[in-house]
Design a protein around this ligand. Sequence first.
Ligand SMILES: Nc1nc2c(ncn2[C@@H]2O[C@H](COP(=O)(O)O[C@H]3[C@@H](O)[C@H](n4cnc5c(=O)[nH]c(N)nc54)O[C@@H]3COP(=O)(O)O)[C@@H](O)[C@H]2O)c(=O)[nH]1
Length: 815
Amino acid sequence: MPSVEPQGKLDQFFLLSQDLLCCIDFAGTLLSVNPTFESLLGYPAHALLGKPCGVVVEPRDHPVIEAALASLCRGEKVNTFDVCARTVEGQRIWLEVSASSGDQVIYVIARDVTRRKAVEKQLRRNQRLFRIAGETAHIGGWYMDLAVGLPIWSEEVCRLHDMPVGHQPTLDEALGFYTPRVQPRIRSVFTACCEQGVSFDEELEIVTREGRRRWVRVIGRAVRDELGQIIQVQGSTQDITERKDTERQLTLLERSVESSTNGVVIVDAQRPDLPMVYVNAAFERITGYSRDDVLGRNCRFLQGVDTDPATLAQLRKGIEAQRDVHVVIRNYRRSGEPFWNDLYISPVRDEEGVVTHFIGAQNDITAQREYQAQLSHNANHDALTGLPNRLMLDQRLAQGCLLARRYHRYLAVLFIDLDDFKPINDTLGHEVGDFILREVAKRLEEELRPWDTVARFGGDEFIVLLPDLAQEDDVLQVVERLLTRVSAPYWYRGSELRITASIGIATDDGTIRAPRQLIQQADLAMYKAKRRGRNTFQWYTDELNRKVTERVSLRHALQQAIEQRQFELHYQPQIHHSGRVAGVEALIRWHHPERGNIPPGQFISLAEDTGQIIPISEWVLETACRDAMVLNAQSATPMTMAINVSPMQFQRPGFLDSVKNVLARSGLPPALLELELTEGVLMDSAEHTIQALKALRQLGVHIALDDFGTGFSSLSYLKRLPINKLKVDRSFVRDVATDSRDAAIVEGVVTMADKLGLEVLIEGVETAEQFHHLRMLQCDHFQGYYFARPMALSVLKHFLDSPFAATASAADPIS
Ligand SMILES: Nc1nc2c(ncn2[C@@H]2O[C@H](COP(=O)(O)O[C@H]3[C@@H](O)[C@H](n4cnc5c(=O)[nH]c(N)nc54)O[C@@H]3COP(=O)(O)O)[C@@H](O)[C@H]2O)c(=O)[nH]1
């Protein structure tokens, strides 16, 4: 293969050049190579000449060479191109190739650009990494040459502003993306950077071209030339919207937790002893401990002596099992004051589900608890005295019975009723009444053992439960103590008040099945105590029960009697000392369809107690007045009608009017009506009674004082009473013939009545002997079986028509 030899100066250049030089023909065959070609690629010239130039080039680049040769063959110019050659040792060398055609040959200059290629590669790699970093971190770069005054944005910065990649804004446009609120700030820091070289690092909000609001972190710094002149400002802009959103959410969360009214505690679940790592302001407020006091400590210091161990165990179990727990626990504030903590504890897990923390939400429910306790106390206690009420009494009663049964002990139930409490309340006022009730409650409590119960049963009634008595009689000493204590004086605003109590006692030896029965039994016994004179006690007995049961059944029967008009009036003549019948006393008779005649002594007092006396009395008054008119129509001389007036009837406000009305309806002259009142009625409410009597007297009605001598009336009081007659009780008559004391009493009464200008009637005269003694006295009237028994109206009419003188004479002529 002929070689093309360079000549002259060109030869020198060919031989000494640092570049690879070679000549090839238009087929690409190597014609000559310079020494650098040989040395760089490691091939001797003879090994190359005559070979295609592509032998030293990577096959991958052969098409590049072929294309260049083709162009040169067509006489076209070829631009510099790069190919990768391979040395004899296999090392790759990048060559930058320039080729130009001569007449017959092609001159090729190839320069080793391996190093440049490596730098370019590295640069490209760096650029790619930079782009990846920018895209993933949403961070882009920018700079502005001060001399030019136009910011240059990276692709990421363009994207961040929703601008097309490659957009190059003016400075004003670039800063104009910031929201109006932060405009002054960005312009100020940017200017300071340009003019004074002050770096900046700001987090500000922009509005993109699409109108989206985004938070960016913009960092800038000045670049100076070798003279220290600021020539450029460069920096980065990062989209931190997500972080800001997260931060905002966190801030919101934190503020919410901070401003929550509930206490919030976070403890570290991974450190020993679960130390607190966060507490909010409400925790500080509720507990009184500051953050500094508590962070790092376990929250058990909030517990105290009263903290319920069962609740603590429940709490501990929940934490150990890493599950939600809800407890209401007794905790203590820093001041030592206890409070009720309504506590929810929940585990907080990380992404792997590992419990890293526990969060506790606590609520101080002390006030709520107290309110509930108050409500429950109110539901179980009497508002005035603070004593247990009926509801609680029932529970305690059931407990007491249970204890008596289980431990073979006795339970005593005391029914305590204050004597004559109503007059205190009515006359002195409710304030005084309340004071007495409170005081009594206090005294009763003070006299009892801690495990006894005193409850207010209602009004002026109290129930005492004495459980756990070894013997029934043990109750007596308590009862006596209670009676003494209640009857001690009460001092109200400097005035002394007195009150007593009547107590009924019932006991259970563990056999009673219905505990409430004990209260009923004690109640019955209490009534008996009242009847026995008050300020005393009475045991419940079966006999008492029988009597009370009888009273209950009688009460029902009485109601039927009122409704079915089973009553009749009998009349007993009252004899004037002249021997004529001066009047009659109306006496009620009850003809029960099954029981037969029931005497008034058996039902009048019951009717008094139940209030049934009112309709009965009204009927008596009406009937007696009507019958009096009948009798007077038949009688030649005026005949009075004496009627027994019950205390309740007399004290009713409308009594006077009812008398007036009955008189008006019947037409009976008032002077022929005599109302018989007992001493007991007249002794009550002195002034009121006297006024009522005066009103009756003004009406013209006569008043007789019945059962005189049995009521211990004060004689001075007697003189003030506007009455007409005294009826000497028959108890003085019975033995008047044999007992000089009775005779003296009757005589004394007759004399006194005479001096007071009162008439006298001696009742209960049964025998001639009695009458014989009594007729010697200057007495006006007599009444008794000796003269006539009470009789029905029809019988009385015959009696009056009969020659009474004969009857009376038969008994013993009076005149
Ligand atoms: N409030 C009302 N009380 C009434 C009425 N009717 C009767 N009574 C009272 O009931 C009590 C018992 O009355 P009674 O069984 O009718 O007895 C009366 C007479 O029968 C009885 N009496 C009359 N004479 C004699 C006698 O010689 N011996 C004797 N052992 N008893 C006699 O006395 C009763 C009349 O007593 P008094 O009223 O005190 O005059 C009795 O307390 C009645 O008051 C009524 O309608 N309303």
